[in-house]
Design a protein around this ligand. Structure first.
Ligand SMILES: Cc1ncc(C[n+]2csc(CCOP(=O)(O)OP(=O)(O)O)c2C)c(N)n1
Ligand code: SF4
Ligand SMILES: [Mg+2]
Length: 319
């Protein structure tokens, strides 16, 4: 990479994911994939496992992708992109190999394959487009689904209301393997997004891009608020923007102050049943996360009163 970092204005405008694909209106995932592929450019081969991306862009016999595209099984994105990359290396060809998998295909069923590719430092880019559930199969919970969320496998009833477990920290799983580059991205922070993809493209070895992608269908939201949700996720601590390069972590955007998570939850049907106690539980978990990211020298938040943490409920300044 040389000169000025790429921005949303200066990035390539040639679409590799062309119009006519079948994503829902307001789909955050299609925007994310479109921009990743514009930056990676035509000298790219894409692998996608079973996921919304596969379903909306590559249903046989048509494809909305201009670049070569390969699909095999749900669980093996890491393994297949490693193989494609090795094949090009053997032929002496310099081609960008990217796997674009969902959260289910990454956090859960594809974990072994992505971990293997990371540990071998294979020369590939792994993109996880995270819509926080198994969406194309009708919204089942994954290891990425947030606490309290309704899904068809974490239903809302008298005894249990939505998912009881918190979201898995996938970035920690990946960066535990000393990869050259891993970053979190948001479609609501386009310049940060573009810079990270450009950076990943220029680095050799295993690169991991984790993108939060709001989903109108599974989150039960209006298509018009996709960007607002992506923005609020960062402001409330539901998503954090950072990168880890050769083991060194850098926060790339820090909100001025923490917004109550309720501002984010109330816009989404998947959270509409949440009790006060559950919202408080999620808020406490977020406060610990917030401090782990933004105030790492302040201990990890264990055993502290909530008022000592980043967000102090109604008493917080400026709320
Ligand atoms: C071994 C195997 N198990 C289950 C399935 C069915 N299946 C296909 S896609 C999918 C969910 C994918 O979820 P995710 O990876 O989060 O992608 P999204 O649909 O949300 O984009 C499931 C369960 C499958 N194709 N193969
Ligand atoms: S179900 Fe969600 S992720 Fe899938 S195409 Fe629709 S909006 Fe996008
Ligand atoms: Mg998903």
């Amino acid at each position: 990479m040389s000169g000025k970092p790429m921005t949303i204005k200066s990035m390539p405008q040639d679409d590799q994911l062309i119009s006519g694909h079948g994503a829902c209106g307001g789909c955050g995932l299609s925007t994310a994939v479109n921009n990743v592929l514009r930056i990676l450019g035509p000298n790219t081969v894409v692998y996608a496992p079973a996921s919304c991306f596969l379903v909306f862009s590559a249903m046989y016999p048509t494809s909305a992708l201009k670049v070569p595209f390969i699909y095999s099984a749900f669980e093996n994105t890491g393994a297949v992109i490693s193989g494609i990359s090795a094949g090009f290396r053997k032929q002496g060809k310099d081609v960008t190999v990217v796997g674009i998998a969902g959260d289910g295909g990454t956090f859960d069923i594809g974990l072994q394959a992505v971990s293997g590719a990371a540990e071998r430092n294979d020369d590939v880019i792994y993109v996880c487009v995270d819509n926080e559930a198994y969406m194309n199969t009708g919204t089942q919970r994954s290891g990425s689904t947030p606490f309290g969320a309704w899904t068809t496998t974490t239903p809302v009833g008298k005894k249990v209301q939505g998912k009881r477990e918190h979201k898995k920290d996938m970035m920690s799983v990946i960066t535990a393997q000393d990869v050259p580059y891993a970053a979190t991205l948001s479609i609501a922070h386009p310049n940060d997004f573009v810079r990270k993809v450009e950076k990943a493209k220029a680095i050799e070895g295993f690169r991991f891009l984790h993108i939060m992608t709001p989903c109108t269908s599974g989150w039960k939201t209006e298509p018009s608020i996709t960007y607002e949700l992506a923005r609020l996720a960062v402001e409330t601590g539901m998503w954090t923007l950072y990168e880890v390069e050769n083991g060194e972590k850098k926060i790339t955007y820090r909100p001025k102050e923490m917004m109550p998570v309720e501002n984010y939850l109330k816009l989404q049907g998947r959270f509409k049943h949440m009790s006060k106690a559950d919202i408080e539980e999620l808020q406490k978990w977020l406060c610990k996360r917030w401090n782990r990211h933004y105030n790492p020298n302040m201990v990890n938040g264990e055993g502290q009163e909530q008022k000592e943490l980043a967000y102090a409920g109604e008493e917080s300044e400026g709320l």
